[in-house]
Design a protein around this ligand. Sequence first.
Ligand code: FE2
Length: 382
Amino acid sequence: MRRVFVDDLRPGMRVGRSIVDAAGRVLLTAGTVLKPRYIQYLRQRGIAAVDILDDLAPDVVPPDVVSPQTRMALTAEIRNLGEDLRQELNRTGARSLRRWADRSLGPLRSAVAAVVDEIVSNPQALLHMQEIRLHDEYTWGHSVDVCILSTLMGTSLGYDVARLRELAMGAVLHDIGKVTIPESILKKPGPLTEEETAEMRQHTVRGFEILRQSEGISLPAAHVAYQHHERWSGGGYPRGLRGEEILEFARVVAVADVYDAMTADRVYRKGYSPERALRNLREVVSDWFEPRMLQALVDNIAVYPVGSLVELNTGEVAVVVSVRKGAAERPRVRIVEDASGRRPERPRELDLERYPGLAIVRSLRDVENQADAGQQASPGGA
Ligand SMILES: [Fe+2]
């Protein structure tokens, strides 16, 4: 199977794995042959990538860090909690959130625990490619991805299960303050004005206020909402803290948040490949993050995800077949195109760990990406 972005889908391709939306509804079952209107439908439903069964790699299955069911359950819980909170705020103002917290936090905590348990029981797992989501589901899908990624990072930092759960709660709630931001600002397609930016930045303070008065959220977890836009080198918001003035959980989530924003598809551009996003983090904005946290991220990302296409230094094109944790840049690959662009008679597989002369020069998604993302502003701002 290969994971193909919706924009790259073509009629006639066969769905390799059933496509399910965030509410658990099956949109297309495995085996369905795509038609133009199905592709249109997937795009409307906000699905950004589909696992396609083709003859390049019919036996290759992109592995999941967390099962789709568990991921979906958490997405549903955080969305319910957010919508419930929005209504409660409209009803009572911020005076009493007690009832909201009693109602909503328990189910969220169970869903978070399930995610943490799966990650802990699968220590070799790398994050391959995130679930894709549409722009207006951005906040909740993003919250879940940031939760999963932060938890993975926490395992590399040596956290025990109790600490991972606390981190994961903070991470999934990091943007909860956005329920107080008007939709006109949240979904504005163009750049924000100065006042709008100031309002948007309030999501940190308000998120902290909401969580601080919620029983059952630890203070360090609540601080993730407050501090996830602070930067290691200073210059972040809302308070311009720096270095160890920022609590550790917030330093973890800050990295996961920016990485996920870079790799997510948005209305105005396709997400960066993991390779390009990691390069950006290391070269362009590295002083935003504590080096230890950046390393914890790098350790958990499949820079060339299973099922993706890459170009080798020989000019050949290959599909990634498997990746070992600790050797993410040297996966096992299957050659699907020779240097002159021809399909080989019998596809050859190479374990790049055993061929030091061979290397991946680029991930092929970036080739098309540069053309349409080139003039866009760099992602990861708000
Ligand atoms: Fe945020």
